[in-house]
Design a protein around this ligand. Structure first.
Ligand SMILES: Cc1cc2nc3c(=O)[nH]c(=O)nc-3n(C[C@H](O)[C@H](O)[C@H](O)COP(=O)(O)OP(=O)(O)OC[C@H]3O[C@@H](n4cnc5c(N)ncnc54)[C@H](O)[C@@H]3O)c2cc1C
Length: 423
């Protein structure tokens, strides 16, 4: 059963009476909301290291960074909601460790929080750049509201930004910086942006997109050092010795799951926290959701850990149901979106790295209006990405879920209805 269908057993009198959720991101907020919606009336604490009300991060590299939307629009639940729903929201509070045997969370301020069920939603942290000068003032990362505010302050006409890494966040920030009028150079080790996720064909399309918007894209390039002048960033030195001058550098080289707390609890870890189909960790009283959860996906028959907004949004309902005694699993397909300039896209499905798939393009790749499909050797669609074409996800989802075999030639023809592409 998918997260959306999860049916908790809130009336179970033997159920938990003390639930602690650690992590005040989207997943943590959705978890406490789901618990109260499910009728859970026991004590409920949300421990959140940041000082802000839990908020959604996608706008931090898009509309919020560009000053087009307010922070309030990114907040998941109002302050009143937590009060009205009797959630003990501990902002600016870090959980330091978990004693799983004693079923107790120790907060950094020394407080103990006993629990019957514990949900970890500690998210991910940016990977740090390791080159000389990487700690210099003017080197930015982008994960929090404060990061986005600090970056926004150095964008604008006349400013020069070097983005290290042509992944999603680096490219979105590059687009926002161009929008603000900054000069932008993107440095990427691979031969194409997003190569590992999307392959060379679509990677080349993203390279064209950014170059068309005035980004100086340095592909196949490495960083030797951050160049410093008067104690602040003055540029980056590439592997070939070239120096690219900059007033600010944004490092966007991926994130790592924040498993410190899970580790203290002695949970099984491997690329995040290992959770079963029902999002339970190796300790049945501790569950994990969102960016940290390496999930045994019941539909895809493989482990999936993704850093997607939709997973943080949807997994908590299943976790809430499971904590309240429900027998449910999470089976929604991974889904994400991105916006860069006038390009919007959605991606549905999962293609493990190095899997044997071929690509079918339906529409106009160079015109940036198409749907890309990743097809496996059995002619089944494993993932689809619609770019500036909409209302595709709901049509394609059953084809992926049911492993429907398709005719790639028909699929590539936009004039042929999807139903007719089935073999
Ligand atoms: C700039 C940016 C843009 C993005 N854009 C997109 C997008 O366009 N599409 C998409 O699908 N996804 C996007 N994402 C990814 C998406 O935001 C994440 O997948 C999502 O935020 C994960 O939510 P989470 O609640 O699991 O973790 P997080 O959002 O990382 O929240 C975890 C929280 O837990 C806190 N925490 C950690 N340890 C402790 C502790 N010990 N005690 C207390 N609190 C703790 C952290 O401080 C953090 O506030 C973007 C992410 C970023 C950063």
């Amino acid at each position: 059963m998918a997260g959306a269908d999860a049916t908790p057993n809130a009336a179970d009198t033997t159920g938990p009476t003390r639930i602690v959720v650690v992590g005040g991101g989207l997943a943590g907020a959705k978890a406490v909301e789901a618990l109260r919606s499910a009728g859970y009336a026991g004590s409920l604490t949300l421990v959140a290291a940041e000082d802000e009300l839990p908020y959604e991060r996608p706008p931090l590299s898009k509309s919020y960074l560009m000053g087009e939307t307010s922070f309030d629009e990114a907040v998941v639940l109002s302050a009143d909601w937590y009060t009205d729903n009797d959630v003990d929201l501990r902002l600016g509070t870090r959980a330091a460790s978990v004693d799983a045997g004693a079923r107790c969370v120790q907060l950094a301020d020394g407080t103990d929080l006993p629990y019957d069920k514990l949900l970890l939603a500690t998210g991910a942290v940016p990977r740090r750049l390791v080159v000389p000068g990487a700690d210099t003032q003017g080197v930015h990362y982008l994960r929090t509201r404060a990061d986005s505010d600090a970056l926004r302050a150095v964008l604008g006409p006349g400013h020069r930004l070097v983005v290290i890494g042509a992944g999603w966040i680096g490219l979105e920030a590059a687009a926002a910086a161009r929008h603000a009028g900054a000069e932008v150079t993107v440095v990427e080790t691979a031969e194409f942006p997003l190569l590992g996720v999307l392959g060379p064909q679509i990677g080349a399309m993203f390279a064209d997109l950014h170059r068309a918007h005035g980004v100086d894209l340095r592909l196949g390039a490495t960083i030797n050092e951050i160049v410093i002048k008067d104690g602040v960033v003055a540029g980056v030195r590439l592997g070939d010795g070239t120096v690219v001058s900059a007033d600010a550098v944004l490092v966007g080289i991926g994130v790592s799951p924040d498993v410190a707390l899970a580790e203290s609890a002695g949970l099984a870890l491997d690329n995040g926290v290992l959770v079963d189909a029902s999002l339970r960790t190796s300790d049945p009283d501790i569950l994990a959701v969102g960016d940290i959860a390496n999930h045994d996906h019941p539909l895809l028959h493989t482990r999936v850990r993704v850093e997607h907004w939709a997973t943080a949004l949807n997994q908590p309902a299943t976790a809430a149901a499971v904590m309240l005694g429900g027998d449910v699993t999470y089976s929604a397909l991974p889904y994400f979106f991105s916006d860069q300039y006038d390009l919007g896209l959605e991606y549905l499905g999962h293609v493990p790295r190095d899997s044997d798939t071929s690509m079918v393009i339906r529409g106009d790749l160079s015109g940036r209006e198409f749907v890309a499909f990743w097809i496996d050797r059995d002619s089944c669609i494993r993932a689809a990405m619609n770019v500036n074409v909409w209302d595709v996800v709901d049509t394609v989802r059953p084809l992926i879920v049911d492993s429907v075999r398709v005719d790639p030639v028909a699929l590539a023809d936009p004039s042929i209805d999807y139903a007719t592409c089935v073999r």
